[in-house]
Design a protein around this ligand. Structure first.
Ligand SMILES: Nc1ncnc2c1ncn2[C@@H]1O[C@H](COP(=O)(O)OP(=O)(O)OP(=O)(O)O)[C@@H](O)[C@H]1O
Ligand SMILES: [Mg+2]
Length: 274
């Protein structure tokens, strides 16, 4: 593992590093000639909130999709809680994992996408109860009770019976957040979850996520251009470019005093956009 941490991380100090909950060890991914990730190494501590920034095409979504097991790395090993995600250990050797292992590993990892991706044919309540009941075997009554509490948390208690198409974009995204939390995830992945929304609506969704960050200990990896939100919730920011991490640090360090020209140029372009 290569240490890329510049900032203190929860649960540990610089002289006594915590055991990472998520590790990427020399992870490589290419699409044809396009090398997206080149021997990428980084770790995320349990309960840590990490923001991923970087130019379009730098591999941010690819990293989240790998953790969701939607994309496989070409090389290297990803571990979660000390267990390889795509491999199993047999006689001290790593072999490709069975589908069952992969399903087990990803069952407590959830992702919220830019385009909401709700189940269009299911009402709001059922969108939220579907995975707990059918993937985790939670009893219907219990799943519904928890779903109601989560829909209350995201401010949608009065929309339980609506279909996604009857909701605004911001409301749909808040359902998607409730749905992601319903499986009591260890890891919550957020991929530009507000970039399809008007600024005012985006602010409401970010407030919901601030509340999630404040009230849970879920490990969060978040791709976002919302810098104030990133400052508020993240322990660490990773700047990606050219197949790897260019720079990492606390939000104060990275946004306030970036060390690399690539980071400075990227941050300027994001500010110009805003
Ligand atoms: N299924 C695929 N087939 C071919 N190329 C792909 C595929 N998925 C991703 N890529 C390429 O991999 C690179 C990284 O894509 P990725 O979506 O991870 O970037 P990103 O950092 O999330 O960018 P953005 O900020 O635009 O969302 C891009 O060049 C993209 O075109
Ligand atoms: Mg992306």
């Amino acid at each position: 593992m290569t240490a890329t941490t510049a900032a203190p991380r929860p649960g540990g100090t610089d002289d006594a590093p915590t055991t990472d909950f998520i590790t990427f060890d020399k992870v490589g991914k290419r699409f044809g000639d396009n090398v997206v990730l080149d021997d990428l190494c980084f770790g995320v501590a349990p309960g840590e909130r990490v923001t991923l920034i970087g130019p379009s095409g730098s591999g941010k979504t690819t990293i989240l999709r790998m953790l969701m097991t939607l994309t496989r790395p070409d090389s290297g090993v990803i571990e979660i809680g000390g267990r390889p995600l795509f491999h199993e250990r047999r006689d001290d050797e790593l072999v490709p994992a069975s589908d069952k292992h992969i399903r087990d590993m990803r069952s407590r990892i959830t992702m919220v996408f830019q385009q909401f991706n709700l189940f269009p044919n299911m009402r709001v309540l059922r969108n939220v109860t579907e995975a707990p009941i059918h993937v985790h075997g939670v009893a219907k009554d219990e799943a519904e009770e928890r779903a109601r509490a989560l829909l209350e948390l995201v401010g949608l208690r009065d929309k339980l019976d609506a279909y996604p198409a009857q909701l605004s974009g911001g409301q749909q995204q808040r359902v998607a957040i409730a749905r992601a939390l319903a499986v009591e995830p260890d890891i919550l992945l957020l991929d530009e979850v507000t970039s399809a929304l008007d600024p005012e609506i985006a602010a409401e969704v970010l407030d919901v996520l601030r509340e999630v960050a404040r009230t849970t200990d879920v490990t969060m990896l978040c791709v976002t251009h919302a810098m104030r939100f990133a400052r508020d919730v993240s322990n660490r920011v990773l700047m990606f470019s050219d197949g790897g991490i260019v720079e990492s640090g606390s939000p104060e360090q990275l946004f306030g005093d970036p060390q690399h020209d690539r980071t400075r140029r990227f941050l300027r372009s994001v500010l110009d956009e805003a």
